[in-house]
Design a protein. Sequence first.
Length: 377
Amino acid sequence: MKKTGVGIIGCGNISSTYLELSTIFKSFEIRAVADINSDAAIAKSSEFGVEARSVEELLASKDISIILNLTIPDAHFEVTKNILAAGKHAFSEKPLSLSLSEAQKLQSISSKLGLRVGCAPDTFLGAAHQKVRQVIDEGQIGRVITGTCHILGHGHESWHPNPDFYYRLGGGPVFDMGPYYITNLVQLLGPVRVVTAMSFLPFTKRTIGSGDRTGDQIEVEVPTTYHATLEFYSGAIVTLSASWDVWAHGHDEFELYGETGSVFVPDPNYFGGIVRIVDHHQNITDSENLAHVFGQPNVVDQGNIHRANYRGLGLADMCFAIEQERSHRCSLELAVHVVDVMTSIMRSASERSWVETTTLCERPAPLTVDQAKQFIE
């Protein structure tokens, strides 16, 4: 297939990951980058050998069909709206928007203009999570009854040089890390029907621990601890804990419990990892699903751990989907529902009430071993 021309708006930390990994995929190529800070765009241009353009130039570029929105979260809605207004498809980093009304407005614009919108995370398309999908779809643990998800740590101020936006309105652990867990839950179990939650804001200031601003204090405007219960249309009930107020814990990130067994799911922030299945006789089966190309370790993280990192896979799938006239897996409907779930968690905690979601979505199609091979150069 002919490669789709892609441009990037937003040249922060995550843009380097997309630029580094883009050469893996045969369905698109990144041709230009832009940022409201022209120096940031020029730096990425120099580092990765792509053209730097102004935001206005990029929106008008004839060689660009899809624009990757890598701006900060509170700019996602406006930038994606501008991309659609320019007549281009959009793929946004998570979250799609900071409110359900904004997410649904993008849905309306997309439908009216006949343009696609995709949204991260795409980690659920990785080998580990596709293995879990297979386990559930084949009934290997029976009907899923309940589960637990834990997003526990002590915030980003210890390592991020400019962590302010994580603690402003639109930040917090639910909007930051929640999309990885909730998106994976929805692709495994289907949509969420009802949520209930509580929250806590224990510290009104945080101290930056790295970079030029080490020692500076920043204001905290949002709760940094949430505990939520999600009821799915399938009947499953899952507990989600998300906190940046925890120094240490002993919880696995993600576990699902079925009628005849349990499955231990690797961190949904990553594409790979070991999937552990335990049946009702306590027999244990471990699988890394390494036959799936998106489980092969290809990077070494800061902890010297070999990881599978294939960010851009959702964008690659969207390019194929446009050509094949099928639904893309990181769909707008999925992203809108995830925003619905996240904002319902926050509303429930604020109102101390149960909140019913108002959106639905189809589970994205699984990505099989054979299908995955078609994405790679």
